[in-house]
Design a protein around this ligand. Sequence first.
Ligand SMILES: *Cc1c(COP(=O)(O)O)cnc(C)c1O
Length: 454
Amino acid sequence: MSEQTRFILNESDLPRQWYNILADSPVAPAAVLHPQTLQPVTPEFLSVLFPMELIQQEISSERYIDIPEEVREIYKLWRPTPLIRARRLEKALGTPAHIYFKYEGASPSGSHKPNTAVPQAFYNKRAGVKAMTTETGAGQWGSALSMACNFFDLDLEVYMVRVSYDLKPYRRVLMQSFGAQVFASPTDRTDSGRAILAQQPDSPGSLGIAISEAVEVAATSHGTKKYGLGSVLNHVLMHQSVIGEEALKQMDMAGEYPDVVIGCVGGGSNFGGIAFPFLRENLNHGQHTRLLAVEPAATPSLTKGVYAFDFGDTAKLSPVLKMYTLGHDFIPPQIHAGGLRYHGMAPSLSALYDAGLIQAVAVHQLATFEAAIQFARAEGILPAPESAHAIRAAIDEALDAKEKGEKRVILFNLSGHGHFDMASYQSYLGGELQDYAYPASAVQAAMASLPAVV
Ligand SMILES: *Cc1c(COP(=O)(O)O)cnc(C)c1O
């Protein structure tokens, strides 16, 4: 076992291929359906939204897909990211467990999201697309795609959830600095936005609404604009596999192997990114690592949602996916400051969870911010509130190991830093946050509006 604290790979260790879990998953995700006909979508339908190379990746069953050199060159601006042993946190907890974290906050925009933003912009550019549209909640995805579109000389329209647009002005300025146009969603620029505003002029917006707007703009652009999604889809989770592939090498440098791999889940991309390469080792090479997805009690898609076909967006424009869902009309509770607000979950991850190959836990926001502060004081990094969910679970694992007197090796993904989340930390430190658990009755009520797939 290594005495080192940081495990740093060379540029030459940067993965050359992405890993596709669909090649090894014993449970195939269900077909993707057309939102009107509820029949399986054709590549032609998807091609209104995405360039063909990304559609091919989306439906591919190849185990590995080559990362284009142009993408690897840009990855080198921040990859390989460090793997760090949280020795000071271990000491603070008095635990015999070893805690490692992969630090994706080292990317220029501060999270794992550029790992997929860069290839998405690249494939759009290569297909001759001139502009992209997207949505953003807290602003991490919008920032990442703004950076990537700027690198490849593409215009970008970002539909930013209204409440974040108002409360998080600095992420908006970051996007504008990269040259993106940012709109507070719901806007009056789209039918979907106008329909919401007619019902509720002061709508705070939601990711589901913002996706509808971005999809509508791309779908009605006569091929000039395409849409990019920052999570959920197979190709997005595949692009994130660079996290887990690097972590496997780095754990090897550390002379240890994780008993448990932990990640927070919104749509599932950073968790899939770190966990799926370890799941491959479980499935194909006899390892027994537990894979633990952590979600907020306020948006508990896996632990309280229903595994069903649902729309990906509020206006029912985007494809219908079989996933764990809280219902496409879900509006996150205002008192929830901790991010991870999407109503659904990646279909590939949903299928694996349903099959029992992945575990999930929901954590409350006060305990999550408490873990974030404890981590920051020990390790010096203020985490994104999203990532703090993974930290909460990692600390709970370490405390459980302490109680049982076990040496446990814990690896978690630190999906981003929290330097643009000061308003959330201010609320927490000011004692303004409360715990909130999304009620099961609200999930039940939302099920009435699921698509009637036979
Ligand atoms: C977007 C984001 C998440 C949640 O998205 P996933 O697709 O579930 O990874 C988590 N952490 C950070 C820092 C993010 O920006």
